[in-house]
Design a protein around this ligand. Structure first.
Ligand SMILES: Nc1ncnc2c1ncn2[C@@H]1O[C@H](COP(=O)(O)OP(=O)(O)OP(=O)(O)O)[C@@H](O)[C@H]1O
Length: 283
C-alpha cells in the first residue's frame, strides 16, 4: 500500500529524518510511536504532500511517486495536529462543505452519527468544546471514504471517553479493509490499536514489529514497578521501574527493605522504548 525507502528530510542544516524505510500493508493499523520531536509529523506530512522530502523514495499503491497529486489525495484522508475550520459555520455545514471537495464519500449525516455529534448538528463550530472540535476534525478526515487514513496524534488532549470513541471508529475502519497510518506518543494507543509499530527517535527508526513482537524481541521479562524512588532500577515519572528475570528475588528484597507499594506487570511498549533509548516517551 505504502513503501518508504531511505527517506531523509533536512530543515536547513538540521536533519530531522536521517534515512527511514518502512512499508505499510493494506488493511493494517500502522503506528509511528515516538517522543516529541522524533520526526513523526515530518514523515506524515511528507507522505500526504504537505512537505517536500530532501531525498528517498515513496511508493503509493505500488507506484513510485514524486508528487502527491490530486489523484492520490482523492484516495487518502488526513487529520493534522491542528485543523483550521470556519468558526461561523455549523457542524453540519462544515461536513457538507468538506464533502463537496471530493467526488465520492460518506453522507455527512452518517459521519455526524459516527463522531457522536448529532445533537450539535446546528451549533456553530466556534461553540464546540476542544473534544467536540477534535471529533469534528476527525470526521472531516474521512469524509471522502479514503483507502488510507493518516492521523497525526488523533487523540492528544482528549478525555478517555472521546479517546475510546475514536479508537472504536479506527478499529471499525480496519475491519472494513482500510489502512491507517497513525502517529502517537501514547504508548497505550499504539499498543492497543496497531498491527505494526515503528518506534522512531531522533529521525531514525529504532525498532519495528507488532506490539507483541517488539516486546518479545526486547528480551524484557517481568517489570516490578515501585511507587516512588528506590535504590535500584530506573526512576520514571516518580516511579521506579525494575526489569527482572527473577521476580521473587526482587520482591523479597523489596519486602525486606519494608517497601510495600509495588506492582508486578508484563512489559509494555513504553518499557521497550525506555530500554532502547534510556529515556521516556513523554518529555
Ligand atoms: N518547519 C521546520 N523547520 C525547522 N525545524 C523543524 C520544522 N518542523 C519540524 N522541525 C524539527 O524537526 C524535528 C522533528 O519534528 P516533528 O514535528 O516531525 O516531530 P514529531 O515527532 O512529530 O513531534 P511531536 O510529537 O512534538 O509532534 C524536531 O526537532 C523539530 O523541531
Amino acid at each position: 500500500m505504502i513503501k518508504v525507502v531511505n527517506l531523509k528530510k533536512k530543515y536547513g542544516d538540521f536533519e530531522a529524518l536521517k534515512g527511514i524505510s518502512f512499508s505499510i500493508e493494506r488493511g493494517i493499523i500502522f503506528s509511528f510511536l515516538g517522543p516529541n520531536g522524533a520526526g513523526k509529523t515530518t514523515t506524515l506530512e511528507i507522505l500526504v504532500g504537505l512537505r517536500k522530502k530532501t531525498s528517498g523514495e515513496i511508493y503509493f499503491f505500488g507506484q513510485k511517486v514524486d508528487d502527491i497529486d490530486k489523484k492520490i489525495k482523492e484516495r487518502i484522508g488526513v487529520l493534522l495536529q491542528k485543523t483550521e475550520l470556519f468558526r461561523e459555520l455549523t457542524v453540519y455545514e462544515t461536513l457538507k462543505l468538506f464533502r463537496s471537495f471530493y467526488k465520492k464519500g460518506y453522507d455527512p449525516k452518517k459521519v455526524l452519527e459516527m463522531i457522536g455529534l448529532v445533537e450539535k448538528k446546528n451549533e456553530r463550530v466556534k461553540t464546540l468544546s476542544g473534544g467536540q472540535f477534535q471529533r469534528l476534525s476527525f470526521g472531516l478526515s474521512f469524509i471522502n471514504d479514503p483507502e488510507i487514513l493518516f492521523l497525526d496524534e488523533p487523540t492528544t488532549g482528549l478525555d478517555p471517553q472521546s479517546r475510546r470513541h475514536i479508537w472504536d471508529i479506527i478499529r471499525e475502519f480496519k475491519r472494513g479493509g482500510k489502512t491507517i497510518f497513525l502517529t502517537t506518543h501514547y504508548m497505550e494507543e499504539a499498543q492497543t490499536l496497531s498491527n505494526k509499530v515503528c518506534i522512531i527517535d531522533n529521525g531514525l527508526i529504532i525498532a519495528e514489529g507488532s506490539p507483541d513482537e517488539l516486546i518479545k524481541h526486547s528480551g524484557l521479562s517481568t517489570i516490578v514497578e515501585v511507587d516512588g524512588e528506590y535504590n535500584f532500577g530506573k526512576v520514571v515519572e516518580g516511579k521506579t521501574i525494575i526489569e527482572t528475570k527473577n521476580m521473587s528475588e526482587v520482591i523479597n528484597k523489596l519486602l525486606n527493605d519494608g517497601v510495600e507499594k509495588f506492582i508486578v506487570r508484563h512489559p509494555t511498549l513504553e518499557d521497550v522504548f525506555l530500554k532502547l533509548t534510556g529515556k521516556e516517551l513523554r518529555d
